[in-house]
Design a protein around this ligand. Structure first.
Ligand code: PLP
Length: 418
């Protein structure tokens, strides 16, 4: 796998003047210098069809009402806004609130997007769904919506990830999905995406590809973001009702970037609200040992879009590492690259050891076991809350629950479960 970093000069990427968030991406799918649509010609028609069907659907009251109904009845929206009282006392600063996406059906925010897209597939009359998955969360969400709506479903997953996440593989199969192991490359997420794209090129007439993050070719980054905007919209209204005002800071973890763009989007225009995305620092910022794309990543093209990518000078994709599989990917969503360059969103990273500690801290103080991905946001939140005043409000997006992670954590802590 190689990207085309060498052909893009940094001079092509001057800091952009701020524009209205709703005007992005442009018609070509660009967020400033990022994004776009870099795919084989055979997929262009399918992507244009998705863009057109999505554009019609998002203005169609019948589609909106149907999606809202399933988000409520099947996924469990709205999710609660939760005051983390003991964590707040522990930090001794800002009031910490969690947006409880961990309470959603299948355990994370991913169901918001899976529902939105399966309803689009229905509108397009495509009876077959494919998807890729790393940790298995997006695969489980996709398998669930396919079962519910009667779609044929095939999930591509790296062979190494299948081994690490065997419970999620079994969940998907229980719900009728075919899970295909990918033996190419590192046998992880990037390789699963390649296989899914290959399948799509071959079967594009009857198949819709439910991409799982705010990544890939246009219109995916925009569409996936829009399906998750409900997170920020709800949180904004809930905080105004609870506290009579907006938060001072919002923090979310960033894998591809979908839960973060979803919670951030409706605060982008509020200059008083600081926005912080947290990447995976893994073992530390050394080549091959982390997945913090803004710490040493370079501009390039990978799997459909132009963005920051961890790659070597030849454009070969670097190995990545994180204790949380959902953040372990070499590229970041293009909209994040744009807001990082304009300075509207700040990016930090959390390392595995901090994540392991905070995972236990949150469980012990709040009775909530967070996903390892979401724990990255809590690590930064705990640091920030201590620096902020007691009259300030910090909102953390709890993107998912940690049930899927307890076996891994037990192993890392040296606890034998079975
Ligand atoms: C998949 C996943 C993530 C990372 O994906 P984004 O697109 O960056 O949101 C974060 N948290 C949880 C719980 C996940 O399952």
């Amino acid at each position: 796998m190689s990207s085309v970093a060498a052909s893009i000069s940094p001079a092509a990427n001057p800091p952009a003047a701020p524009v209205a968030p709703e005007s992005l991406p442009d018609a070509a799918g660009r967020f400033g210098a990022f994004g776009g649509c870099y795919v084989p010609e055979t997929l262009m028609t399918a992507l244009q069809e998705i863009a057109a069907v999505y554009e019609a659907a998002r203005h169609d009251p019948a589609y909106i009402a149907e999606l809202d109904r399933h988000l409520k009845e099947f996924a469990g929206r709205p999710t609660e806004l939760y005051f983390a009282e003991r964590l707040t006392a522990h930090c001794g600063g800002a009031k910490i609130y969690f947006k409880r996406e961990d309470l959603l059906h299948t355990g994370a925010h991913k169901i918001n997007n899976a529902l939105g897209q399966v309803l689009l597939a229905k509108r397009m009359g495509k009876p077959r769904i494919i998807a890729e998955t790393g940790a298995g969360q997006h695969g489980v969400a996709t398998a669930a919506v396919c079962a519910k709506f009667g779609f044929k479903c095939r999930i591509y997953m790296g062979a190494v990830d299948m081994e690490r996440q065997s419970l999620n593989v079994f969940r998907m199969r229980l719900m009728g999905a075919e899970v295909v192991g990918v033996e190419a490359g590192q046998k992880t997420l990037k390789d699963a995406v390649n296989e899914a794209m290959r399948d799509w090129v071959t079967n594009v007439r009857d198949t819709h590809y439910i991409l799982g993050s705010a990544l890939g070719a246009h219109p995916y980054p925009m569409m996936v973001r829009d399906f998750h905007r409900v997170i920020g919209k709800e949180a904004r209204a809930q905080l105004i009702e609870r506290e009579g005002r907006l938060p001072d800071e919002v923090i979310a973890c960033v894998g591809g970037g979908s839960n973060a763009m979803g919670v951030f989007f409706d605060f982008l225009k509020d200059e008083s609200v600081r926005l912080v995305g947290v990447e995976a620092g893994g073992h530390g910022i050394r080549q091959g040992e982390h997945a913090a794309r803004f710490e040493g990543g370079k501009l390039g093209v990978l799997q459909g879009c132009k963005t920051y990518i961890l790659q070597n000078p030849d454009g070969q994709i670097e190995l990545t590492h994180s204790v949380s599989a959902g953040l372990d990917y070499a590229a970041i969503g293009p909209e994040h690259a744009y807001y990082r360059d304009t300075g509207r969103i700040r990016y930090a990273f959390a390392c595995d050891d901090e994540v392991m500690e905070t995972f236990q801290l949150c469980s012990r103080l709040e009775g909530i076991i967070p996903a390892l991905e979401s724990t990255h946001a809590i690590v930064e939140g705990v640091k920030r809350a201590a620096q902020m005043g007691k009259d300030e409000i910090l909102l953390i997006n709890l993107s998912g629950r940690g049930d899927k992670d307890v076996a891994q954590v037990a192993k890392l802590l040296g606890v034998k479960l079975f």
